[in-house]
Design a protein around this ligand. Structure first.
Ligand code: BGC
Length: 391
């Protein structure tokens, strides 16, 4: 019986002997977490797309699909990256011989719950879920557990549930440290006199990743804030104060507009706007364009969305963090195959991601620094975008 076979596979989990190229071999995170456009690039749904700097290697030799069906639940079509993730997962799973049920939930938790329940009723053997809200999937997860269906948390950890079997993501804390170190190095904080003015914009409080990104960056910069070299002019520096519900560009923009009119309208310069990702960076960039005439600040981001990459090329965003969705998808397809075939499941972190009930065995892929100087190599030469898409 297929489900019994799948349930047995949990006994076989162990650390992977080999790592994927482009994925990290160490834990990376420190467990310090608190609590656009939506166009899918033409050729991101290609499992065999070339690699750049080792970022896009496909997992090798996926195990046979054995007629299994995989449910893939994505949060929204509104942000570019989830369209890419969904398209990559679907095409790579189909290429490996699986039947696939892919659903997007319009950032609506109830919709995601009922889509997952339908996947279970429709006979999916494994579920891959990128949660809208990490803690809100209890009922559907209980149902999956009752039916013996393994669940892989995709990119975002599913919280407070023992029904989640594995987690595959990029090293979230490291994403934040890449952003923080970029600010530190660009301003030469160890040597420059300063002081420099900084503001922060973080992500969705319902997304477990958001705290890791913020803490990764803040941990790099907090010493400079404490000794006065970096000044948070608005005074808003806790995660809760700087968070952006649902990562919405409009919400980040209106908060940035308020900050600019309240604290910078007198001609005060802003030197850095540390944004956790591209959708929020876009909001800050829009606010600056309409409400700020001072020296243009350093702006960080994450995802290398098309509009943000264009903004990097145009000098309106300083950097982003590239998380090659092809790499994550191929790792997850590999995990699915290992589960289906009762093989050991590759993980490379068994300490960082405590979801409140258990430490979830995880595979962390490596995020890559991106800016106007290296985007050609990592985004175009790797086949992630065409040159035309960035015009
Ligand atoms: C992802 C980021 C993304 C954000 C908004 C996070 O969970 O890790 O890559 O920018 O969600 O969609």
């Amino acid at each position: 019986m297929k489900l019994q076979k799948l349930a047995k596979s949990f006994l076989g989990m162990s650390l992977a002997a080999t790592m994927l190229a482009g994925c990290t071999g160490n834990g990376g995170g420190t467990g310090t977490t608190p609590a656009a456009t939506n166009e899918a690039p033409a050729n991101t749904a290609n499992a065999d797309a070339g690699s750049a700097a080792g970022t896009a290697e496909a997992a090798t030799d996926p195990a046979p699909a054995n007629g299994a069906k995989v449910g893939v639940s994505m949060p929204t079509k509104d942000l570019q990256r989830w369209n890419q993730d969904g398209a990559n997962m679907e095409s790579q799973l189909k290429a490996a011989g699986y039947e696939v049920e892919l659903q997007y939930a319009a950032n609506d938790v109830q919709q995601q719950l009922s889509q997952i329940e339908n996947m279970i009723s429709n006979g999916c053997d494994v579920l891959v879920i990128a949660a809208i809200e990490g803690s809100s999937l209890g009922e559907a997860l209980d149902m999956a557990k009752g039916a013996g269906i393994p669940v892989i948390a995709y990119d975002r950890l599913i919280m407070n549930s023992d029904a989640v079997s594995y987690y595959a993501t990029f090293d979230n804390y490291k994403v934040g440290t890449v952003q923080g170190n970029y600010v530190k190095d660009t301003l030469d904080l160890d040597n420059a006199a300063g002081p420099f003015n900084i503001e922060f914009t973080a992500g969705d409080p319902g997304d477990n990743n958001a705290g890791y990104f913020f803490n990764g960056a803040y941990d790099v910069l907090k010493g400079y804030i404490e000794d006065g070299k970096l000044v948070v002019v608005s005074g808003q520096k806790t995660f809760d104060e700087v968070a952006t519900p649902t990562w919405a560009t409009e919400t980040a923009q209106s908060r940035a507009e308020n900050i600019l009119s309240s604290f910078y309208a007198d001609g005060t310069n802003i030197d850095v706007w540390l944004c956790s990702n591209d959708s929020t960076a876009l909001g800050v960039e829009n606010a600056l364009a309409a409400n700020y005439n001072g020296t243009y600040p350093i702006i960080t981001g994450q995802d290398c969305d098309i509009q943000n990459t264009k903004n990097m090329i145009a000098g309106k965003q300083s950097m982003s963090v590239f998380k090659d969705t092809r790499t994550l998808a191929s790792q997850v397809v590999k995990m699915v195959g290992q589960i289906i075939n009762d093989e050991q499941v590759d993980v490379n972190d068994t300490t960082t991601y405590d979801n409140g009930v258990k430490v979830v065995p995880s595979f962390l892929c490596e995020p890559v620094f991106a800016d106007a100087n290296n985007y050609t190599k990592i985004l175009i030469e790797s086949g992630y975008y065409t040159e035309d898409q960035l015009k």
